[in-house]
Design a protein around this ligand. Structure first.
Ligand code: NAD
Ligand code: UGA
Length: 469
């Protein structure tokens, strides 16, 4: 029986390994992590992350050929294939701070693999890493005198949160990069055989190591660039009377452009787009490619501009001050169908409003009070370091209250701000919300989910990104 061990039981490691276990009953899969609460949760009825369909997959395999454990060294030493899916956050200090990827967690995993291995291993980069990381990892792994052979593969993950199980069941492609040597190609074949249990062969792309590593950064940069492009257009739409939804539809019907990923928003969030582009920018700068670096930097600048623009629009519409005014914030997760708040635009918008002395009443169907308070009191880039995965009691921001009901959040509010596109926001009783709000009652829709005309008929003053004012 082939044994797989995955280091890192997070948003990628957990769902990816659960699907491998489901699709490959002949393979034993163990997911290990240094975080005791995370592993305890994976072994309980309340999984540590919310993903539609994940519960069912885990329930079908857990205890059969899928295991979660904190005994990292034991399972690493027994495995044939080791996936490494640990955090690769942005460095917060030292050389490259604020841009370069912090490979501390990756390096410590690699050193541990080198220490405990007693047989040959295939080590798979699942985390998103800078191009050429495999070379560094190879040096760490082979720098032992035990005569063990390692093959490093790059197998970046392209799943999106909220649709992880769907994406893993039916991926557009699986990418495997390896050394172009006989041993390297043998390792590529071994990993290909795992995916071939359910992924059609023509969707498994093989490449050299550096192409695979760079393709992951390139894919995220291209996706984020599309959002910044449509968000840049949204500002122009507001200035000219065009409607960004109509513009997106019109350009998206061109098959060369395509219709996906053209939804204008308050800005993109999530744990990866910003960090991966910053990483790309740093790599370009290190290679002396200033113009290329500046091109990609602009994607993040436009994203920051979009979030600031939204806050400024709220404050300026509400007579240039939100001081002591109650603002209801609907949605805090970085997108619908996840409880993940990493780099959610809601953090910047809320901090911007708090900076102008607003009182916030926040509702999100999945995000906990602790998480919101922690996010609003944490410094930029600090969130993606494992210490924050441990429970801690954050200092509460006192102008913020978190409620579990939209109608309570909006009661007596001066304004409503929609920051996540949860489906339930499309069917709210806005007549009731209007009746219980202060007047004039404002709605600021950062996700284009409400029917602007209908709300204006009720009496709201409505601002919706990229729509005529
Ligand atoms: P995560 O924070 O959810 O999970 C990482 C886990 O690794 C944590 O539970 C942490 O405790 C554990 N860990 C860290 N160091 C460890 C060590 N030395 N030994 C054992 N466990 C260790 O992160 P994630 O969202 O799963 O992302 C992981 C990687 O995958 C990142 O590089 C990210 O860029 C990439 N990625 C993420 C997504 C996504 O949707 N979240 C998608 C594609 C790629
Ligand atoms: C993204 C990529 O889509 C995945 O392919 C990739 O594997 C992953 O990053 C990663 O490397 O972590 P994810 O961040 O989970 O996945 O979610 P997306 O659906 O890409 O959304 C990212 C952000 O962009 C969200 O805040 C979303 O609301 C926003 N978005 C997305 C828009 O504003 N407009 C759109 O049209 C699409």
């Amino acid at each position: 029986m082939v044994k797989i061990c995955c280091i890192g039981a997070g948003y990628v490691g957990g769902p990816t390994m659960a699907v491998i276990a489901l699709k490959c009953p002949s393979i034993e899969v163990v997911v290990v992590d240094i975080s005791v609460p995370r592993i305890t949760a994976w072994n309980s009825d309340t999984l540590p992350i919310y993903e539609p369909g994940l519960d069912e997959v885990v329930k079908q395999c857990r205890g059969k050929n899928l295991f979660f454990s904190t005994d990292v060294e034991k399972h690493v030493s027994e495995a044939d294939i080791i996936f490494v899916s640990v955090n690769t956050p942005t460095k917060t200090r030292g050389l490259g701070a604020g841009k370069a990827a912090d490979l501390t967690y990756w390096e410590s995993a690699a050193r541990m693999i080198a220490d405990v291995s007693k047989s040959d291993k295939i080590v798979v980069e699942k985390s998103t890493v800078p191009v050429k990381t495999a070379e560094a990892i190879e040096k760490i792994l082979t720098h032992n005198s035990k005569g063990i052979k390692y093959q490093i593969l790059s197998n970046p993950e392209f799943l999106a949160e909220g649709t992880a199980i769907k994406d893993l069941f039916n991926p557009d492609r699986v990418l495997i990069g390896g050394r172009e040597t006989p041993d390297g190609q043998k390792a590529v074949k071994a990993l290909k055989d795992v995916y071939a249990h359910w992924v059609p062969e023509d969707r498994i792309i093989c490449s050299n190591l550096w192409s695979a590593e760079l393709s992951k950064l390139a894919a995220n940069a291209f996706l984020a660039q599309r959002i910044s492009s449509v968000n840049a257009m949204s500002a122009l739409c507001e200035a000219t009377g065009a409607n960004v939804a109509e513009v997106s539809h019109a350009i998206g019907t061109d098959t060369r452009i395509g219709s996906k990923f053209l939804n204008s928003s308050v800005g993109f969030g999530g744990s990866c787009f910003q960090k991966d582009i910053l990483n790309l920018v740093y790599i370009c700068e290190c290679n002396g490619l200033t113009e290329v670096a500046n091109y990609w930097k602009q994607v993040i600048k436009v994203n920051d501009y979009q979030k600031n623009r939204f806050v400024n629009r709220i404050v300026s519409s509400m007579f240039n001050t939100v001081s002591r005014k109650k603002i209801a914030v609907l949605g805090f997760a970085f997108k619908k169908d996840t409880s993940d708040t990493r780099e959610t635009p809601a953090i910047d918008v809320c901090k911007g409003l708090l900076g102008d002395n607003a009182r916030l009443s926040i509702y999100d169907p999945l995000v906990t009070e602790d998480q919101i308070q922690r996010d609003l009191s944490m410094n930029k880039f600090d969130w993606d370091h494992p210490i924050h995965l441990q429970p801690m009691s954050p200092t509460s921001v006192k102008e913020v209250s978190i409620v579990w009901d939209v109608y309570e959040a909006t009661k007596d509010a001066h304004g409503v701000c929609i920051l996540t596109e949860w489906d339930e926001f499309k069917t709210l009783d806005f007549q009731r919300i209007y009746a219980n709000m202060q007047k004039p009652a404002f709605v600021f829709d950062g996700r284009n989910v409400v029917d602007v005309e209908k709300l204006r008929e009720i009496g709201f003053i409505v601002y919706s990104i990229g729509k005529p004012l």
